[in-house]
Design a protein around this ligand. Structure first.
Ligand SMILES: [Zn+2]
Length: 235
């Protein structure tokens, strides 16, 4: 009899421990809230520049904007895929999208981006860039949206709020999301943002952007801004 009680006790105890382990594990698993249907929400990620167009350059390390853009874009794509979004990219390598490095390459590169975005028919568009300013003390992330785009503005505010929280931990002042007339924002009618993830003209930002762990954190806060937008949480 005593043995039977002991066995029952161990069975209950094991069940209890297993339940706790499963609960804790569930807390750390990526939320699959966007994976429930076959029609996943699709996000196109656009890593700015590429190939012979390196974008702006870090003043101390010489790091190229195009490479930072790609690194953040790929990290963001992985996070969004884990969350259950469908993700498409305008570029996944260091190469530009202009075919041949001849006259008019920038225009061909931009037209190709538009072609990809329109063919993918996304629900959202995020373009990743790095900033540069004459003043070396200007720092932080800044999000741009198409002028007059209501949802684009709401989306931009969500991402801006998350970026500001990350940069506040690094001693940078909060920045405001702004409207702008950028080609990439006008490629599609869906909410679109261009995220300038930091200033390569600032030594402090350059140091952060040169660090792979920080780039992953940037990708994480942009993903959080995307889920805030879908959840209807504006800044
Ligand atoms: Zn750029």
């Amino acid at each position: 009899m005593k043995k039977g009680y002991l066995a029952a006790f161990f069975a209950v105890a094991t069940g209890f421990v297993l339940a706790i382990v499963l609960c804790v594990q569930a807390l750390y698993l990526p939320q699959a809230v966007f994976a429930s249907s076959e029609n996943k929400m699709k996000i196109v990620l656009d890593a700015g520049h590429g190939g012979m167009d390196g974008g702006v350059t870090g003043q101390t390390t010489g790091i190229k904007e195009s490479d930072i853009n790609l690194s953040i874009t790929l990290a963001l794509g992985d996070i969004l895929t884990d969350m259950g979004f469908a993700v498409a990219y305008t570029r996944k390598t260091q190469a530009g999208l202009y075919d041949t490095a001849t006259k008019g390459f920038k225009n061909r590169d931009m037209q190709k981006r538009r072609q990809i975005i329109q063919a993918e028919k996304p629900d959202l568009l995020v373009s990743i860039h790095q900033n540069f300013y004459p003043s070396k003390t200007t720092r932080g992330g800044q999000v741009f949206y198409e002028k007059g785009a209501k949802d684009g503005k709401t989306f931009a505010l969500c991402v801006q709020k998350r970026l500001n929280a990350l940069y506040a931990q690094q001693g940078a002042k909060a920045r405001n999301a702004m409207s702008a007339e950028y080609f990439i924002l006008e490629c599609s009618p869906v909410p679109s943002v261009l995220v300038e993830c930091g200033f390569l003209s600032s030594q402090k930002d350059e140091q952060l952007l040169s660090n792979a762990a920080f780039r992953k954190r940037l990708a994480g806060v942009i993903a959080a801004g995307i889920t805030d937008f879908f959840a209807g949480i504006s800044a």
